[in-house]
Design a protein around this ligand. Structure first.
Ligand SMILES: Cc1cc2nc3c(=O)[nH]c(=O)nc-3n(C[C@H](O)[C@H](O)[C@H](O)COP(=O)(O)O)c2cc1C
Length: 207
């Protein structure tokens, strides 16, 4: 697929077909993630994968329960709380695969690096006909010391991007563009404020 089509057609779906994702495919996606640019070429990530639907689902249920019991400590997002309270809510949507992109906490900008790796992973999944869903809500549970120990995540790493994926249950309609387009400003923002650096900005484009 053309790269721009991959970008345009990517869309989060939350219903997966029964088809498993094989290890070779996961390795291709992990390899795409690891090709992301990173600060000072430190490659400060570790990427784990789990290909066991039942275990993934049970982690989702445990995370949901834990988050509801500790909600005030981890979030103030009312909508997230309502979502967790919904008895039909399934955190990992019965997905056949889960990937954790983890950052080495001691490296400056490791979080940014992991976000770029995650985007590569998600777009590569789209290119291979898979659907990937970044499921950030479970992060506080995954980063709890007891859970990290259980999953074998080293203390020096933190989970940044938990991503579930699988083949979509239904054919995907092409997504409409979410871009608002770019408009040229009449005056650079800095010029209006009389900033001395405004001249170097030239004309500012914004969306
Ligand atoms: C950092 C991040 C965290 C996210 N966490 C969740 C999540 O916990 N649960 C979920 O269903 N979707 C999650 N998403 C997916 C977003 O809800 C989704 O990307 C957004 O609604 C836009 O929809 P689209 O991806 O289909 O364009 C997350 C996305 C990002 C980038």
């Amino acid at each position: 697929m053309e790269f721009m089509d991959v970008v345009r057609q990517r869309l989060c779906i939350r219903e997966y077909a029964g088809l498993p994702v094989d290890e070779a495919t996961m390795n291709r996606l992990v390899s795409a993630a690891e090709d992301a640019p990173c600060a000072a070429n430190l490659r400060p990530w570790a990427i784990g994968m789990l290909l066991d639907r039942a275990r993934i689902e049970s982690y989702g249920q445990r995370a949901q329960k834990w988050l509801l019991n500790h909600f005030a400590q981890v979030s103030h997002d009312v909508a997230a709380r309502q979502m967790l309270e919904d008895e039909d809510y399934s955190m990992f949507q019965n997905a056949p695969a889960l990937t954790l992109i983890m950052a080495r906490a001691s490296d400056a900008q490791s979080i940014e690096d992991c976000c770029l790796a995650a985007e590569n992973f998600i777009l590569a999944a789209q290119d291979l006909g898979l659907q990937a869903l970044w499921t950030g809500i479970c992060r506080p549970w995954l980063n709890h010391p007891a859970v990290k120990k259980e999953l074998g995540i080293p203390k020096s790493f933190q989970v940044i991007a938990p991503i579930v994926l699988g083949y979509p249950a239904t054919a995907q309609a092409p997504a409409a563009s979410k871009s608002r387009g770019v408009k040229m400003a009449d005056d650079p923002v800095g010029a209006k404020r009389g900033s001395t650096s405004a001249a170097s900005l030239g004309r500012l484009a914004y969306s």
